[in-house]
Write a protein that binds this ligand. Structure first.
Ligand SMILES: CC(C)(COP(=O)(O)OP(=O)(O)OC[C@H]1O[C@@H](n2cnc3c(N)ncnc32)[C@H](O)[C@@H]1OP(=O)(O)O)[C@@H](O)C(=O)NCCC(=O)NCCS
Length: 178
């Protein structure tokens, strides 16, 4: 499976059609627009810190992805007469590049207006599909303890999941059965 050309149709809970696809280098403006639409709380839950205006370097890191050490998918909503809107995304990063057995770390961001539409779970399922195909057998994540939506997505994924509560953070481990 070539993750860099991955694309799949999906439907939001409210019935709207979206596409979940691999991020592209040409997504820089759409990613910047998506970032500008985020509330501070979402950025904090995702990054555990505030985040200023993304630099050109940051935008390159977000969009020019190797799909080897890092796989990033975005959720795109078509807009009549305009470019599609990026309304969320998720990625996994290999913990040890070249060693799928070491697993990968996942992270997610959904625009506030589109949270609660089931996108977190759908993105996780697509990432798991890509990861399994390359021999990755577990995902890890670090989640703030108050982030119940993220923990709910992991616990309802159907993947065997363990949670370990640490100092101000929950360490999540999910098995990806072959
Ligand atoms: C965490 C996150 C990725 C979940 O994605 P999602 O697409 O909203 O997930 P779901 O639609 O499957 O919702 C999961 C559960 O959380 C609830 N939920 C989602 N967004 C919520 C919100 N803003 N406030 C309260 N509850 C919310 C949903 O209702 C759902 O519970 P339910 O099935 O009982 O209704 C998304 O909320 C997000 O981007 N949060 C900010 C960034 C973040 O926390 N990233 C994770 C860092 S690893």
């Amino acid at each position: 499976m070539d993750a860099s050309t991955y694309s799949a149709p999906e439907t939001l809970r409210d019935g709207r059609a979206v596409t979940i696809r691999a991020i592209r280098a040409s997504d820089k403006q759409a990613m910047l627009d998506a970032f500008h639409g985020l509330e501070a709380q979402t950025i904090y839950l995702r990054l555990f810190t505030a985040h200023g205006e993304p630099s050109e370097q940051t935008l390159r890191e977000w969009t020019e992805v190797d799909f080897d050490k890092l796989v990033r998918l975005v959720v795109c909503l078509p807009r009549p007469g305009a470019d599609e809107q990026i309304i969320g995304g998720a990625s996994f990063a290999m913990l040890e590049p070249g060693n799928p057995a070491a697993g990968a770390e996942v992270s997610f961001t959904i625009e506030e207006d589109f949270q609660g539409q089931g996108l977190g779970g759908k993105l996780l399922a697509h990432l798991a599909r890509i990861a399994r195909a390359r021999g990755i057998r577990h995902f890890v994540a670090e989640v703030l303890p108050e982030n119940h939506p993220m923990l709910a997505v992991f616990e309802r994924s159907g993947l065997p999941t363990t949670l370990q509560r640490g100092e101000g953070v929950v360490h999540v481990n999910m098995l990806l059965p072959g």
